[in-house]
Design a protein around this ligand. Structure first.
Ligand code: TYM
Length: 335
């Protein structure tokens, strides 16, 4: 896992605000696992980002540990990839401030995630929620990432990162690599099972709308059974069939079948059969994740050791870029 290899660098993060959804899994984490041999991969739990929403501190701590275990349970191998908790590496907060000072009020105001989240939490539109994309830009640029595997909802933040990096490079001299998004072929946008026009989200108040990757198989089957579809009874990927399109996307992401293959498989069958097949495929996919997770959560010493190892290595790598950035902006480095 030497940093000097010629491999391209992959970096991504996930917030620890509850158990990952099937959207997080198919849109991001499942793909992260497959990238580990070809690329140098850095994955982290974005606990600083999660502070933009208020949750009980005790709960945040527990969720951070749980999210770290979930990443490993999903197949992220700490012997192949760097896995760490964001706040364990102070460089993120420092680089976040440098990025804040390179970000413009106007561009931050245009971020759709800021608009959505401030509508959902009108009582807590904090400054962190507003400058969130600058912290995210810092996360990415610290590690000179080539690619950032994310779901489609993060595209705007990635474009912002490129804009800020370009501005910094132009003002202070070239130090940042411009990262590119890396999106899965199927699953980049998994929608709610109850309102397939909005994305599947951990914060959805309707539990039937979201599959959590630790849900019991029976619960998963029931949620798919009650998924909203349409009255046509045809498994085909077409405009206007949002519910079926979503189920086909999920099925395709799990089984790797194309939309045409799926349509052929369910020709002449009803939605009931299709929903059952999607549910079964998802249960089978998530079974090992649940088993690995239970095992890992019972081994606190192992988790702590991996977190410590990850923090040390992340700090070492990130500090190289941070020091360069501090010099360029004219901060007096301590001798
Ligand atoms: P977060 O925690 O909201 O989501 C983690 C990943 O899951 C993807 N995702 C989805 N993909 C498909 N369908 C969905 N319904 C769905 N919901 C979530 C997200 O696109 C994401 O890839 N800002 C980031 C965390 C972050 C980060 C970073 C990511 C902080 N710094 C640097 C990349 C690089 C976030 O809130 O993701």
């Amino acid at each position: 896992m030497a940093e000097e290899t010629q491999k391209k660098i992959i970096l991504s993060g996930i917030q620890p605000t509850g158990v990952f959804t099937l959207g997080n899994y198919l849109g991001a984490v499942k793909g992260w696992k497959d990238l580990q041999d070809e690329y140098l991969c850095y994955y982290f739990i974005a606990d600083l980002h999660s502070m933009t929403i208020h949750i009980d501190p005790q709960k945040r701590r527990a969720q951070t540990r749980q999210a770290f275990a979930l990443l490993l349970a999903c197949g992220i191998d700490p012997d192949k990839s760097l896995v760490f908790v964001q706040s364990h590496n102070k460089a993120h907060a420092e680089m976040g401030w440098i990025m804040d000072c390179c970000s413009q009020f106007g561009e931050l105001s245009r971020m759709t995630q800021f608009k959505d989240k401030s509508q959902k939490h009108p009582d807590n539109i904090n400054a962190g929620l507003f400058t969130y994309p600058a912290l995210m830009a810092g996360d990415i640029l610290l590690y000179q990432a080539d690619y950032v595997p994310v779901g489609a909802d993060q595209t705007q933040h990635l474009e912002f990162t490129r804009d800020v990096a370009t501005r910094f490079n132009h003002t202070y001299g070239e130090i940042f690599k411009l990262p590119e998004g890396y999106y899965p072929k199927a699953g980049a946008r998994v929608m709610s099972l109850q309102d397939p026009t909005s994305k599947m989200s951990k914060s959805d108040p309707n539990p039937k709308a979201t599959i959590s990757i630790l849900d019991d198989p029976k619960v998963i089957m029931n949620k798919f059974k009650s998924a909203v579809t349409d009255s046509e009874a045809e498994v085909a990927f077409r405009e206007g069939k949002d519910g079926i399109n979503n189920l086909m996307t999920i099925y395709s992401a799990v089984t790797k079948k194309t939309m045409d293959e799926i349509t052929a498989e369910f020709a002449g069958k009803g939605y009931g059969d299709f929903k059952k097949a999607v549910g079964e495929a998802v249960c089978e996919e998530l079974r090992p994740v649940r088993e690995n997770f239970d095992r890992l959560m019972n081994d606190r010493a192992y988790l702590d050791e991996q977190m410590k190892k990850g923090a040390e290595r992340a700090t070492y790598i990130a500090n190289k870029t941070l020091t360069k950035a501090k010099k360029r902006v004219g901060l007096l480095l301590e001798s």
